[in-house]
Design a protein around this ligand. Structure first.
Ligand SMILES: Cc1cc2nc3c(=O)[nH]c(=O)nc-3n(C[C@H](O)[C@H](O)[C@H](O)COP(=O)(O)OP(=O)(O)OC[C@H]3O[C@@H](n4cnc5c(N)ncnc54)[C@H](O)[C@@H]3O)c2cc1C
Length: 449
């Protein structure tokens, strides 16, 4: 017998979680199945809704329109097949509001339609709609002198290079970078998560003479001598940015204590994977699923679908979940497909073709593989937009452009039509289409009762 629910969401990333919350709020009985950890654990934790509109010529990203003051400003200039064009600004607004309800005080930006400008470890400033509370004191719209701090043990992040990049990008504040030693008795390549745990627990750290100092005090002591350098001669830093390792379970307490010890605001600079802000966000979203009564299981993939045996309209009757080498049927009245894009293999390709492996949805793409790419590295790369095409209720379209599965709605990076890295729109697409797919799926169950 099949395991059943009214709505089955497949995929536990930002899109799937948003779809599940939206369907549950619309009154449906929802189950979510997901295979592995989502890309949230690698992502910066920033919620980019829409930061740039690709130029009409699309040849060079330098010609793109942006950074946009508001993500809502650009939607009507995106291509017609862009997922944000398909679902519209109301869905983006509702998706962001679902996110705000789920994340509460841990995120900021919810009282404005404006994009915030957030400094990143790349030394760039990124337009983003929502940002973790831990990065709030670092916004680029703030003119206070800033010190960016790196750890000598963290390779791939040189605070002086970050500061140079920010200066070159024209930020309106004086900024300097300093590299400090912290937790020197850890392995040279101590991971961000190990450093975060030391700060969470305020672990005593050996200082080399056999004495031990609590981790937060030791970090503040390493940073303090550099505060005076930040604003140029005579101008000391009013805020300090550190890599995003300031606690996993207790980030607020870690930041507050560092700020008190240094006498300046402290913020995190979002960076490269693994991402503590992304992990904190994932934890918070899974708690929200629990609170909304969504049954959630992870670890097993959906490996296929079985369509209605009686009818010929292509409705999915149940999907097959692989558990311990067995294929277990999961049945629902409607389904949300949110298995991610090319990065997470929710959309997959080989030399011959591009596929959506879980439901076997059609993925439009040129037959000739040489047409998947263009020569200009910053140009409009066709492969970046590969994904499932849908009708206006996010139902997948077959090669002949008829609806392939009438009771399936697609969300997030599985959808085609967006170049989210270029547009700074990844989370916007996941939230807007996740919200809409959840509503469509719940709506369909209501109509069938
Ligand atoms: C390195 C990196 C950095 C990023 N930085 C940012 C950023 O700064 N700002 C921003 O807005 N966004 C960023 N993103 C994008 C963002 O994190 C999400 O990738 C995006 O919102 C898409 O989410 P999704 O839910 O569609 O897919 P995913 O996050 O890929 O989630 C898909 C889920 O489906 C599961 N799944 C896949 N196949 C199956 C199957 N057959 N059965 C069951 N489950 C399955 C996967 O295991 C996964 O849990 C970044 C992404 C990456 C990879």
């Amino acid at each position: 017998m099949a395991i059943s629910s009214e709505v089955l969401v497949v995929g536990g990333g930002l899109a799937g979680v948003t779809a599940a919350l939206s369907a549950a709020r619309a009154g449906a009985d929802v189950r979510l199945v997901s295979h592995k950890a989502s890309t949230l654990r690698q992502a910066s934790g920033l919620i980019d809704a829409l930061g740039y509109v690709p130029s009409a010529s699309a040849a060079d990203a330098d010609d793109d329109e942006g950074p946009l003051q508001s993500p809502y400003d650009g939607i009507d200039r995106l291509r017609a097949d862009h997922p944000l064009s398909v679902v519209g600004s109301d869905a983006l607004r509702a998706g962001l509001s679902t996110f705000d309800d789920a994340t509460g005080d841990s995120y900021r930006g919810e009282h404005t339609d404006r994009n915030a400008l957030v400094p990143t470890v790349g030394g760039t400033v990124k337009p983003t709609a929502r940002y973790p509370a831990s990065v709030a004191a670092g916004l680029a719209s703030d003119a206070r002198p800033t010190l960016i701090v790196g750890l000598r043990s963290l390779t791939g992040y040189d605070a002086r290079v970050v500061a140079d990049g920010l200066r070159a990008s024209g930020v309106p504040f004086p900024v300097a970078g300093a590299e400090v030693s912290f937790a020197a008795d850890f392995a040279v390549d101590a991971s961000l998560t190990r450093l975060a745990t030391a700060l969470d627990r305020d672990e005593p750290l050996e200082d080399g003479d056999g004495a031990a100092t609590p981790a937060r005090e030791a970090l503040a002591a390493a940073v303090a001598p550099h505060l005076d350098d930040a604003g140029g001669p005579g101008a000391s830093a009013a805020r300090v940015g550190l890599p995003a390792f300031l606690g996993d379970d207790h980030p607020e307490a870690v930041r507050t204590e560092l700020a008190e010890r240094l006498g300046v605001d402290v913020f995190e600079v979002p960076g490269t994977p693994p991402s503590l802000p992304g992990m904190r966000l994932e934890d918070r979203l899974y708690e929200a699923l629990d609170e909304a009564g969504v049954r959630f299981e992870t670890g097993n993939p959906v490996v296929g679908t079985v369509t209605d045996t009686g009818g010929d309209d292509g409705r999915v009757d149940h999907v097959l979940v692989e558990r311990k080498n067995q294929r277990v049927p999961y049945a629902a009245e409607s389904y949300v497909l949110a298995t991610g894009g090319l990065v997470g293999k929710g959309v997959d390709s080989d030399r011959e073709a591009v596929r959506e492996p879980a439901f076997g949805c059609h993925v439009p793409h040129p037959d000739d593989r040489y047409d998947w790419f263009v020569d200009e590295p910053l140009g409009d790369q066709p492969y970046a937009r590969f994904g499932v095409a849908t009708d206006d209720r996010l139902r997948p379209l077959a090669a002949d452009e008829t609806v392939q599965y009438p009771n399936v709605h697609v969300a997030g990076a599985t959808l085609g039509g967006a170049d989210v890295a270029r547009e700074k729109a990844a989370s916007g697409v996941s939230l807007a289409t996740g919200y809409a797919a959840g509503e469509f799926a719940a709506d369909a169950t209501e109509q069938s009762t």
